[in-house]
Design a protein around this ligand. Sequence first.
Ligand code: ATP
Ligand code: MG
Length: 805
Amino acid sequence: DVRPDEDLLAGLNPQQREAVTYRGQALLIVAGAGSGKTSVLTRRIASLLRNREAWPSQILAITFTNKAAGEMRERVEQLVGDTARGMWISTFHSACVRILRREAEQFGFTKAFTIYDSGDSRALIKRLVKEHEADAYGLTPAATQGKISKLKNELADAESYARSANMSDPAERVFVELFAAYQRELQRANAFDFDDLIAQTVFLFRAFPQVADVYRRRFRHVLVDEYQDTNHAQYSLIHELTRPIGSDAAPLAGAGGMMIFEPDPADDPDKAGASLTVVGDSDQSIYAFRGADIRNISEFERDFPGAKVVLLEQNYRSTQNILSAANAVISHNFDRKDKRLWTDVGEGERIIGFTGYSQHDEAQFVADEIEVLRKAGVDYSQMAVFYRTNSQSRALEEIFIRSAVPYKIMGGTKFYERAEIKDALAYLVAVANPADEMAMRRIINRPRRGIGDVTIETIARYAVDQQITFRDALANSSALGVGPKIQAAIAHLDAVLAEASALMLPPSGELAPPTAVAEGLQLLLSKSGYYDALRASKDAQDEARIENLDELVAVAREFARNNPEGTILDFLTEVALVSDADDLEDASGSVSLMTLHTAKGLEYDAVFVTGVEEDLIPHRISANEPGGPQEERRLFYVGITRARKRLYLSLAMTRAQFGEVTVAMPSRFLQEIPNELLHWRQSPGDVNSRGGTQSRALNARRQSGSGFGGSGSGGSGSRYGDDLVPLPRRAPGGSIDRFANKIPAKVRDNGDLELGPGDRIRHDDFGEGKVDAVTGEGAKRVAHVRFDTAGPKKLLIKIAPIEKL
Ligand code: ATP
Ligand code: MG
């Protein structure tokens, strides 16, 4: 007898096979990077469908990004054909939006609610902080936002928090007030912030068990990828969804705030909870700062007694050298179950290390190496460059443009954060959700209509007094005593919004034509005078703004093609949930640039991890966080395990960041990689002997204790007052100091070398040249030099390998 899903199992190892075919209530797949976790999840879904054990509509799969969701859907469709339609494969946030759009009326919202991204909620919180004069209590908008977000991830609301807080502390009282006011404002605006999407869905299920049952009946198989990065709210959502049907008893709070669920006493198979499959790797947990809790994995067996656990250890992605490096690095984390990844694809190339003199030097190495790989037949789309912080991409971009390397920044484009895009979307929101005061405030004087703050506050107050929306208050502006010119401007805006509403939200309840969103958007931008204002402007930037708006209209058209029945709400949802890793553009034919966080789950033939320096990875902010350095090590582990065949680790000896130029130290993680796996093209020592050997006279002149470099390295304990550059701190359990003989005896420091226009200098690499100008001050003085052969360059006088002639 051949199983209908037999072909799906072909090529799987026995453990993977078991993970695909096991049929029980709860299954936990724990495994290292690249061991096939995501593949197994995909095949498991396909197998359920192929064997007719589930309808597509009974499947809910949760992935970490929309991109991952799209890929998983595609893979399942490849395996089982079109029948896969109707499955929910989405992120936590998208799934919750879908649920909330259907159910929002149950608790005082409408399905037209707006989704506030973190910029929107920051703006609202800023206003409230000001109104409550909360700054005086140390409650800055950023701190308040962070604290509220953290509480929501733990499913605390203002009232429950107030019960446990120390309310005799005035700052706590003010915070509780702020939190409550913030929630009131969200409700009044018919809006949810990102954290609410999840938390409110959980609250909804708990308050209305019959609503929860609808979804429990529907989703019989719940599968979650990257389970190690779920926070408490997400964890609770999963558990609400998989509880037995008809179980409305409040969950018991167990240790550590975790929920414990009693098995269904009736044991009625018709009421059994959905089957739950989660896959994860605690070594790749990198979102603790957003409340992710590794315990969700380690306590799975306790939460689901009788859960099946499958371990996968064979890696199908990387060469043995890459895996050995990954294993070696991650083994420095204590508190983890030791697992060793292995592969049978062979050792592969050694990992290549490179130390640049500056970040541009480092970027040039990356660009050159990319071209070498390209000539050797590696496609650009199979190469990726990772960094710890977004700001590191700038030097890479500069060099890539100059070297004509096609690249695409994943998640860094921030298209939706541009002011003109936010304006355009606010126009759409004003149409879709007239209760959203913030959107109205945003557009009321954009383009300029002569409506000032006083008028806006008058309208806002009127809206509150009359308990009507801001938009309705606008329509009554004649009653507010504003001047005739302003009244005319307001009336015009109101009419434009009304016209767009009629187009995008037909009153008869019929479906708007698919092109309605794109057309409505264009109508809003033209008739409001927005386009005209940009066209009339002399600012060159404004031309680019028009192009961006055209791009948004194109996105709306594309959306209509893909979703013929998509409404303005669907469009706004999609736009609001574009996450870091999701990109509208297709990255084929270009090298992908992204942060290490964004790299999770992806794989490339060749990977460059750049900026492998102390204070970057591990990042300086992690030094003071409990568990911070360990989380950074996991992040580094995620980075290096993305590589299939080639891995490059690079750093720069000097780096301009945090507003100053610092001397960078090789990351402690480099020391954790065994010598024989790493081949240095240019080691940290090579670079410094270049800078350090020549021009002794200048070095001798350097002032000791000038503080150069030290100030930017807070937290790492590095000081550069001595002649010796300190070695990176040893990692816990770290072995030999491999850099002991490679690290520079001296750091290049030209002290306050006097230099002015007209002076001639000699540079180690660029030869002789003439100084055109000197700008900046102190350690940041920059010489603009025209070299005789190398052309114009900008050099940091303090540390450049130069001599005055
Ligand atoms: P990560 O931890 O990075 O998310 P993962 O465990 O989800 O990784 P996958 O992305 O599913 O791993 O798989 C890694 C690679 O190995 C993919 O290219 C996948 O196609 C391949 N792969 C998985 N299992 C097998 C197998 N049995 N035979 C051949 N290739 C496999
Ligand atoms: Mg995966």
